[in-house]
Design a protein around this ligand. Structure first.
Ligand code: AQP
Length: 331
């Protein structure tokens, strides 16, 4: 089985990215039936919205260091930077030419992000899902671990793969999303009906894995809840408390039911204190490892190896795709 996933270096990764994606990559890397597991830094996706050059470079390196600090093992998982494998952009173009504007305009992430662009909406923001489909189809990935917000893009990836296969003959593996049962959509701490996002302009809305530990605790303690006073999972009426229960459940591997029973007679302050400590204890060792790695040469060694391997797989596949379409001369 081949697995692929990536994260955009559009900020420092959040507790949402960690619980919805990275923590699962770490679990999946030990599965026995894996032939290839690729995890990349989606820098080409990050530039669909404006990025500061120095920040982007810093975030790319930081994300690699976070991957390793969270426990990804380069002997099991190849880690690489998307822009260092040109075939991603090349297949992205091919898939743009096989996608329809209407289906891209229907993507909810495009509709949400479009509203936030003050300096104009880039064409890339619209065509982002074709590039994402390319990221996956280029490697014949069978499975893609992601959070819930990427489900719609994965459905489009499947449609594009099937459309291409019907038009040009069997070419792509149609991938299956792997969305975790718990933690697939961690919500904002300030507006718990909205997804937690690393590019949220309000830093109180998210926990960054690189936030100071005291800041992390403070953010959780001031998370928006309600005035009802009971610790119960009720997404419609108590989104804030439900979000904190989900976070605690994912981190402590305890069911929501057991947590509700445990906190039956507790007040919000006690509950939040426990959530804050659990999150801090989860993140502290990651930060320690991160600090050891961030300025080490090891990052480049890992990335060189990942780049070479990904280019090898990707170029082989791209040649096949070009041949199917009739591009260039027969290779
Ligand atoms: N709040 C979340 N809860 C659970 N999973 C999440 N993911 C993102 N937010 C949450 C998952 O993290 C992976 C990486 O996402 P991405 O960086 O490629 O893009 P995104 O989904 O758009 O994430 P952000 O943090 O919201 O980034 P920005 O702010 O730049 O748009 C994916 O698997 C995603 O599902």
């Amino acid at each position: 089985m081949r697995i692929i996933s990536g994260i955009q270096p559009s900020g420092n990764i959040t507790l949402g990215n960690y619980l919805g994606a990275v923590k699962n990559f770490v679990k999946l890397q030990d599965k026995e039936d894996i032939t290839d597991f690729l995890v990349f830094v989606a820098d080409l996706h990050a530039i669909t919205v404006p990025q500061d050059k120095a920040e982007l470079r810093k975030n790319i390196k930081s994300l690699v260091s976070i991957y390793l600090a969270c426990g990804l093992n380069p002997e099991k998982v190849k880690i690489f930077i998307q822009s260092e494998v040109p075939a991603h952009a090349q297949i992205g173009w091919v898939l743009q030419c096989n996608g329809y504007i209407g289906e891209l305009e229907r993507m909810t992430q495009y509709k949400d992000k479009k509203e936030r662009q003050v300096a104009g909406v880039s064409v890339g923001l619209l065509t982002y899902p074709s590039l994402m489909a390319g990221d996956i189809l280029l490697y014949d990935a069978d499975m893609v671990p992601t959070g819930l917000d990427q489900k719609q893009h994965l459905e489009l990836t499947r449609d594009l793969a099937e459309r291409f296969n019907n038009k040009y003959g069997e070419t792509f593996v149609v991938p299956t999303p792997f969305i975790p049962e718990a933690g697939a959509k961690i919500m904002s701490l300030t507006e718990p009906t909205k997804k937690m996002s690393k590019s949220d302009p309000n830093p109180k809305a998210y926990i960054s894995l690189l936030d100071d530990i005291n800041v992390i605790k403070k953010k959780i303690k001031s998370a928006v809840t309600d005035s009802d006073g009971t610790i119960k999972y009720d997404i419609d009426n108590k989104p804030g408390i439900s979000n904190l229960l989900t976070i605690l459940s994912c981190i402590t591997n305890t069911s929501i039911k057991d947590l509700e029973a445990k906190y039956k007679d507790s007040n919000y302050a006690t509950f939040k204190e426990d959530v804050a400590n659990a999150v801090a204890n989860e993140i502290m060792p990651i930060q320690e490892k991160y600090n050891e790695l961030i300025n080490s040469k090891y990052l480049d060694e890992v990335l060189d190896q990942g780049r070479d391997y990904a280019n090898y797989l990707a170029n082989k596949k791209l040649n096949k795709i070009y041949n199917k379409i009739g591009l260039g001369r027969k290779r």
